[in-house]
Design a protein around this ligand. Structure first.
Ligand code: NAP
Length: 360
């Protein structure tokens, strides 16, 4: 039976709360340290989050009376855990410094932050897609001079709506993608109470999101060359990202073209339904049994069905049909705060434990 002591850096924030909730009854992970800024340090978790608890389930009982540590006291936090999850709202250069300080204290970091996504020896992993990238950790450890410590990150939540569906199509020759994303307000850390302008509204701009949606997949589909991950250059992606009045769940309308013969609709659906990644092979606790689900009804998937499918960790796809400009088009959906954020990071941590990169 695996049992790891886990810390949450940024435990008081929106993503930190989600980690606390997901880890409450986790079969492998026990939360032994909660950390945040100096403003929270010394107070109990309950005192810090009671007035800003944003989850639908209560504050985990076992964490209510835990004393928040100052995340800057790296040695103290690291001494209490086998690894940490990190989700902090700080300038990017400070996040990079903080995460490397934990790694250098021999404490692995599984990060929700974007600061290290393009560091060439930091793996950015969707466990069903590029689990093999965790091998780059050996090179990162050499650079940092560590035996156990390293940083691994999850990708942006927007692309996790469509990259999983496109991934198996690459084997069938998919080399061109146009993706329009329709993103929930929780992706901006908001609720309708806290963002009343979003009720009955749509905003056609999410700062930096289109760049991330086009660039991050190239690293995910990249390969290890020497001591770095090199982006792929065999697929072209363009995207538009819109904010829509939905609480949780990102949608993508996707158009794809293929190099050579266009596969039939039956072949594509069969490819999706049979796809298994490393997370399924290892039967990781947070992995969906089936990663990609195809819905045949013309009015499915809807965000309400997609949100609850396999505890918010599977991808819902529907409306596959030929297109006049591209070869095929379809829609897909994923839960942005579960699969796209904290849930994806927990799954990544499970992969790193199962593959021996995190030890207890
Ligand atoms: P948040 O609700 O504002 O929480 C920020 C957390 O960072 C709090 O725990 C805060 O502690 C801590 N913090 C702030 N300054 C700190 C410092 N100097 N030292 C240590 N801890 C510090 O932010 P969030 O929405 O959870 O986002 C966290 C990270 O996830 C960010 O990098 C964000 O870009 C990313 N992200 C969030 C979402 C989302 O859906 N919310 C989606 C994608 C990515 P105090 O309570 O003590 O201030």
């Amino acid at each position: 039976m695996k049992n790891y002591k886990v810390g949450i850096i940024g435990a008081t924030g929106m993503v930190g709360q989600r980690f606390a909730t997901l880890l409450e009854n986790h079969p492998w992970f026990t939360v032994t340290a909660l950390a945040a800024s100096k403003r929270s340090a010394g107070k109990t978790y309950k005192e810090c989050v009671e007035s800003r608890w944003a989850m639908t389930t209560p504050i985990p009982k076992a964490m209510e009376d835990m004393i928040i540590l100052d995340a800057a006291n790296v040695e103290e936090v690291a001494s209490k855990v086998d690894f940490v999850f990190c989700a902090v709202d700080m300038p990017k250069d400070q996040i990079r410094e903080l995460e490397e300080a934990y790694a250098k204290a021999e404490c692995p970091v599984v990060s929700n932050n974007s600061a290290h996504r393009h560091t060439p020896d930091v793996p950015m992993v969707i466990p069903e897609i590029n689990a093999d990238h965790i091998k780059i950790i050996d090179s990162q450890r050499k650079r940092l001079g560590t035996k156990k410590g390293f940083v691994a990150v999850k990708s942006n939540c927007s692309l996790q709506s469509y990259v999983p569906a496109v991934h198996p199509l690459r084997e069938l020759g998919c080399n061109k993608v146009l993706a329009c994303t329709y993103q929930a307000i929780s992706g901006a850390g908001k609720t309708f109470e806290r963002w009343p302008e979003m009720v009955d509204n749509l905003i056609p701009y999410i700062g930096g999101e289109e760049e991330k949606s086009e660039k991050e997949p190239l690293k995910i589909w990249g390969h290890i060359e020497g001591d770095q991950i090199v982006d792929t250059d065999d697929i072209a992606i363009t995207s538009q990202c819109l904010r829509v009045p939905v609480s949780d769940g990102h949608t993508a309308a996707v158009f794809v073209s293929f190099d050579g013969e266009v596969p039939s609709e039956e072949k594509i659906i069969e490819t999706w339904e049979n796809y298994k990644g490393r997370a399924q092979e290892l039967e990781l606790p947070s992995a969906p049994k089936q990663f990609l689900h195809y819905f045949t009804e013309p009015d499915q998937p809807q965000i309400k069905t997609a949100r609850t499918l396999e505890h918010g960790m599977a991808i819902s796809i529907g409306r596959l049909r030929p297109d006049t400009q591209y070869d095929m088009k379809f829609v897909c959906m994923s839960h942005n705060t579960l699969r796209g954020a904290a849930g994806g990071a927990v799954l990544l941590a499970e992969l790193l434990c199962a593959e021996g990169y995190i030890e207890n």
